[in-house]
Ligand binder design. Structure first.
Ligand code: PLP
Length: 427
């Protein structure tokens, strides 16, 4: 596979952008690779500057659930473009995206639109602290909630890939207000809340964890988070930046039947443009400025292009049968990968919730961050490289999910399974 142009671009970029990338995992360091520079993408395919093509399972890390350049999204962007790219004053597009989100997500009565998932989670935590008058936050090991200071403690995704527990630059005085507990550990959470529940502002969780690979909640885990936060007057924040509109139209909360106090969204709701959102019950959301005292603002928030792409995307997802279709595709891939692994005698754990999948190189079930970290990371690296060579574009880390889109055809999925079987054989 020719990689010359990508290599040249990477060499040019490393001197002027830290690590040559604008988000760490893209550097592919942990799998011993250099990044592929992209030229364009169409449907479920992505094309690099050297003319190689790949079946795309990154999907821009989640947003591209309709695949790339989906016609109605491109049309909506075109018509928004004709009316201006940013106003700094409200437009009807913001109202429409807000209405769509409120109608879709059970626990959201009022929503504030921002520019990224990081902003959404950061603002949700500020709101929870402002609302409760408490400082302490509880999160879970391996869950990633963006890179705000308060939340970058035992975080998954890129920080896990790089093997660092937190980050220099975050004062101890800030990190000390964040407690990170093991994901899916009901007893540990109970104990913690019985000891310290009265001082907790919020418990934030990815209801379906997608930043340590894919780890679904065990039965009773989300229920205990809901009941004990309620008991101790803490807020429950579901970070559905990844799972929102991905595992179901109403997000993980609709799938598991748990209503959080605040929900964070991002990724899919921007249809591939930068958008985030946080929302919840009116009584809580009314504390945000200018209605209330908790300050949060954004020059480009509610950007018309981003709103248009988001609205057009959610309109497609709302069509009857959309999630059944996504689930069928995911199931085909999951079953195929499982069968291939058994055939080639490779020990893997394959997990799946809606349009999110995970494949771990482990002979044991993966229920939390520790289990994920104990997977065979060298084997993952070899698998990643093998799949890339065969034209399958996966996230370059064991600690990331696989994203499927509505436009992955059976033939694409079967090609992927065949590639995996050949790569497993060579491991
Ligand atoms: C991606 C992600 C974020 C961060 O969103 P950005 O848009 O990258 O800032 C936060 N939480 C979760 C669960 C995510 O998957």
């Amino acid at each position: 596979m020719k990689r010359e142009k990508s290599q040249n671009l990477f060499n040019r970029t490393t001197g002027i952008i830290p690590g040559g990338v604008n988000s760490p995992v893209r550097a592919c360091k942990s799998v011993g690779e250099e990044p592929v520079f992209i030229d364009y993408a169409e449907g479920c395919m992505i094309y690099d500057v050297d003319g190689n093509s790949f079946i795309d399972y990154i999907g821009s890390w989640g947003p591209m659930i309709l695949g790339h350049r989906y016609p109605s999204v491109i049309r909506a962007l075109g018509s928004a473009l004709n009316r201006g790219t940013s106003f700094g004053a409200p437009s009807d597009l913001e109202t429409r995206l807000a209405e769509t989100v409120i109608n879709a997500v059970p626990s959201i009565e009022m929503v504030r639109l921002v520019n990224s998932g990081t902003e959404a989670a950061m603002s949700a935590v500020r709101l929870a602290r402002g609302y409760t008058g408490r400082d302490v936050i509880v999160k879970f090991d391996g869950c990633y909630h963006g890179h705000a200071d308060t939340l970058l403690v035992e975080a998954g995704s890129g920080v896990a890939t790089l093997g660092i527990p937190g980050s220099p630059g975050i004062p101890e005085s800030i990190a000390q207000h964040t407690n990170s507990l093991p994901f899916n550990d009901i007893d540990c959470f109970k104990q913690f809340m019985d000891d310290r529940g009265d001082s907790i502002a919020a418990v934030i969780v990815e209801p379906v964890a997608g930043n340590m690979g894919l780890v679904p909640p065990v039965e009773g885990f989300l229920e205990i988070l809901r009941s004990l936060t309620e008991k101790y007057g803490a807020l429950l924040i579901f970070d559905e930046v990844m799972s929102g509109f991905r595992v179901a139209y109403g997000g993980a909360q609709s799938l598991y039947g748990i209503n959080p106090d605040i929900t964070c969204l991002g990724k899919i709701i921007g249809g591939g443009l930068p958008v985030g959102a946080y929302g919840g019950r009116k009584k809580i959301m009314e504390h945000i400025a200018p209605q209330g005292p908790v300050y949060q603002a954004g020059t480009l928030s509610g950007n018309p292009l981003a709103m248009a792409a988001g609205i057009a995307t959610l309109l497609e997802l709302k069509k009857p049968g959309f999630y059944e279709k996504i689930n069928q595709k995911a199931e085909r891939l999951v079953e195929g990968l499982k069968t291939a692994a058994v055939k080639r005698e490779v020990q893997v754990q394959v997990k799946w919730v809606g349009g999110m999948l995970g494949l771990f190189f482990s002979d044991r079930d993966v229920k939390n961050f520790n289990d994920a970290k104990n997977c065979d990371l060298d084997m993952f690296a070899a698998y990643y490289k093998g799949m890339l060579k065969k034209g399958v574009f996966l996230a370059p880390s064991q600690f990331e999910a696989i994203f499927i889109s509505a436009v992955h055809k059976s033939a694409d999925i079967d090609k992927t399974i065949k590639a995996a079987e050949e790569v497993f054989e060579a491991l």
